[in-house]
Ligand binder design. Structure first.
Ligand code: PA5
Length: 366
């Protein structure tokens, strides 16, 4: 493998966003359909996780650590952001081989890996067991499921009707919500999932492949991005987590560089980098929602005005007023999932395969 390169999957056939049939046939892995099913996935994933036998007690739990990488880690970011103020026990997202030093027998560790074979997450799981943490695994199988069985730790099975981790976000994210509910850290957990599922079903009907660009926000945003590099801004909390999902979905679906950063932090560093003319070729999408801090509006406006000379193009995307922060987070996610998939198809790129990522995993496995 050394010295060889891996080309991103490209159909070389640029597809019109106005042609649902062409979009459907270019989308060979059925990504658009998987995205549209996110609400149903959340509900199913919640029910599977909530009915898992022998989940550990939440009694005396002083911290929760959500371990997982990439498509298996972002669910933790979103759930933590959505319930940051509702859950009074610290919830930490950990993306790597190790665990935070505070982990002990009063820490609940959720190790999530779609495949069950991600080396960082398996290592973190082993560390959690060795440290005496209360551990739950979430996977379609693989090493994590086998280790859970051998160690007697509870395992939440992820349905394998979806074959790509990032397209299983509903299952993976809902498992975390169900766990927080089952151990008594989050009240009314299923109601939050139901609110999110309803919001997502409504949104999917508005931005799906059959809706024309003129009345379809996701297609309109994709057309506006065109060939530029997306930069996604989200305010601290659910929009920050959603912005990271937008970035990673642009990377994996559209095979393009993309960047994400958070307000207000970016006002303290990034804005200095957008010097005169440096923004040509970049498209900033600011993710907005009703629950953001009241100063965010003023910051977006002022930032935009100050960066006018950079050549950056700006656009806002706004989540509707939702009944649950989980619904807000996942609505922003769904919109971005559709946008990145439309960008891929409009550029003649097959959204589903991730050849570079797969090659890296193969190489590291030796
Ligand atoms: O989107 C992807 O395929 C990746 O980001 C994976 O989720 C990541 O590599 C981790 O693999 P897994 O989800 O199997 O733990």
């Amino acid at each position: 493998m050394a010295g060889t390169s891996v080309r991103a999957a490209s159909s070389n056939r640029v597809v019109s966003l106005e042609d649902p049939a062409a979009l459907g046939s270019a989308d060979r892995g059925g990504m658009l359909e998987l995205i549209a099913g996110l609400g149903g996935q959340l509900l199913r994933g919640f029910d599977i996780a909530a009915s898992t036998p022998a989940l550990p007690s939440g009694e005396g739990v002083r911290a929760v650590v959500l371990s997982g990488m990439g498509g298996s880690g972002i669910g933790g970011d979103l759930v933590r952001a959505a319930f940051g103020s509702a859950v009074t026990t610290p919830v930490v997202v950990s993306k790597g081989y190790d665990l935070p030093g505070f982990c002990d027998h009063d820490t609940l560790v959720v190790a999530t890996s779609f495949s069950g074979n991600t080396e960082e997450t398996v290592a973190a799981y082993r560390r959690a067991v060795a440290t005496g943490c209360r551990v739950i695994t979430v996977s379609t199988g693989g090493e994590l499921a086998a280790l859970s069985e051998a160690d007697g730790t509870p395992h939440i099975p992820v349905p394998s009707d979806v074959t790509l981790p990032r397209a299983a976000l509903g299952y993976l994210g809902a498992a975390v919500v169900a766990i927080l509910g089952a151990v008594g850290l989050l009240a009314e957990a299923r109601s939050h999932v139901e609110a999110a599922a309803h919001a997502l079903d409504r949104l999917a009907a508005r931005v799906g492949a059959g809706e024309p660009v003129g009345s379809n926000e996701a297609k309109a945003v994709a057309a506006w991005i065109g060939d530029r590099v997306p930069v996604v801004w989200g305010s601290l909390g659910v929009a920050e987590a959603a912005a990271m999902r937008w970035k990673t979905q642009f990377n994996e679906n559209a095979k393009t560089p993309a960047f994400a950063s958070a307000l207000p932090e970016l006002d303290h560093n990034e804005i200095e980098g957008w010097s005169e003319g440096s923004g040509e070729g970049f498209a900033v999408i600011a993710l907005r929602h009703e629950g953001e801090h009241p100063r965010v509006a003023a910051r977006v406006e002022a930032t935009r005005e100050l960066l006018a000379g950079s050549g950056l193009s700006f656009r806002e995307v706004r989540a509707g007023e939702e009944a649950s922060p989980l619904a807000t987070a996942f609505s922003l996610v769904m919109l971005g999932d559709f946008v990145s998939t439309y960008v891929a198809l409009a550029r003649g790129v097959d959204p589903s395969p991730i050849p570079v990522l797969s090659a890296l995993k193969d190489r590291l496995r030796g």
